[in-house]
Design a protein around this ligand. Structure first.
Ligand SMILES: Cc1cc2nc3c(=O)[nH]c(=O)nc-3n(C[C@H](O)[C@H](O)[C@H](O)COP(=O)(O)O)c2cc1C
Length: 332
């Protein structure tokens, strides 16, 4: 197994772009309910920093006070790798953003990302999310606040969608992030209205690249290892951020084809880690099934029927025993 784990404070690996900590052009996207340390660390432990260049926490809401350092700790986890993990914040209260950014910089996070693309409504009181996509000046002000908060200690990056219900403001949004002082812009090339529709327009990534001089990370339907370089070539983006493609195959960053047992060992470890963190066994299996909806690595699920067999298995113990049996060759 290609394990690159460093506990404590690892020596930083060489960045690919000056001013940013990322060690390869391929980045793991922030995903709420997925990229907590429980999942993220298993992915990081299986990659060299030359394959996977960086990862992010799931979004942390900034509501009516600065996010406390202990809350940030929870999202960052305790293990450290040569691959940098940035914290992602989402909020629109400028004073709270300044305070949160300052706390993040005090903790020494390698990068601070701001989320301007979350499609959830209502429940996210006080949070910017996708609403900011209608307001480039608000994006600029939020980025500027975070930049002020970190005080030159941590690069601030911004993650947007291509727009709210149309894509006409791609350039304005990208320029707003740059004007606010972002060191990198990630663009998820779907609008909020497009949700997670299959059809994507990578041309919107190219438009963002052409609108700004900061590095751009392209994002949206990079499902295969070969899509990573293809997106860079087709759009000119410096980085590619992968979301669900990493749930389909966590080894997408290296392109390594793993065996069935290695794939099963990943999922088995995930269930164990979740349980060790206090998740009831049934809930841990539920989280594994969340991955299995996408999973292709190692040919573990087989055809559609095979996937259904995994997903519909309501016998928690039996499910885990089957996973352990599949993982056995890799565990021994
Ligand atoms: C389950 C899930 C949770 C997500 N949570 C976040 C989040 O916390 N912050 C964020 O910026 N984007 C979030 N996203 C969006 C992803 O980061 C990414 O932009 C999106 O999935 C498109 O990339 P993909 O086509 O490679 O999946 C989430 C996506 C999914 C599927």
């Amino acid at each position: 197994m290609n394990t690159v784990v460093t506990e404590g404070a690892p020596a930083p690996a060489a960045p690919v772009v000056e001013g940013l900590p990322f060690t390869s052009p391929w980045l793991l996207a922030p995903m709420e309910g997925v990229t907590a340390p429980s999942f993220r660390d298993i992915v990081l432990a299986r990659h060299a920093p030359t394959d996977l260049g960086g990862a992010f926490t799931e979004f942390v809401r900034v509501i009516d006070r600065p996010v406390a350092k202990r809350e940030m700790h929870k999202h960052l986890g305790t293990r450290r790798f040569q691959i940098p993990v940035g914290i992602q914040l989402m909020g629109s209260d400028l004073e709270c953003l300044i305070g949160s950014a300052s706390n993040a910089a005090d903790l020494g996070v390698p990068v601070l990302d701001l989320n301007f693309g979350c499609p959830a409504r209502g429940a996210l009181k006080g949070c910017a999310g996708a609403a900011a996509l209608k307001d480039p000046a608000g994006v600029e002000a939020s980025v500027r606040a975070a930049v002020q908060g970190v005080g030159g200690r941590t690069p601030v990056t911004a993650k947007i969608r291509a727009g709210f219900d149309h894509d006409r403001d791609v350039e304005a949004l990208a320029r707003a992030a740059e004007a606010g002082g972002a060191a990198m812009l990630t663009i998820h090339c779907r609008t909020r209205r497009e949700g997670y529709q299959e059809e994507v327009y990578w041309s919107r990534i190219r438009r963002a690249v052409e609108a700004v001089s900061i590095p751009v990370a392209g994002n949206g339907s990079a499902w295969l290892h070969s899509d990573l370089e293809r997106m860079r070539v087709e759009t000119g983006c410096a980085f590619v951020m992968v979301g669900r493609g990493a749930l389909r195959d966590p080894w997408i960053f290296s392109g390594r084809e793993v065996s069935r047992s290695e794939a099963a060992a990943f999922l088995h470890e995930y269930a164990q880690v979740l349980e060790s963190l206090g998740a009831p066994r049934r809930a841990a299996v539920g989280r594994v099934k969340q991955l299995l909806q996408y999973w292709e690595a190692g040919g573990l699920v087989g055809d559609a029927q095979g996937r259904e067999r995994w997903l519909r298995d309501s016998d928690t113990e039996g499910f885990l025993a089957r996973l352990e049996a599949a993982a056995a060759p890799a565990l021994s």
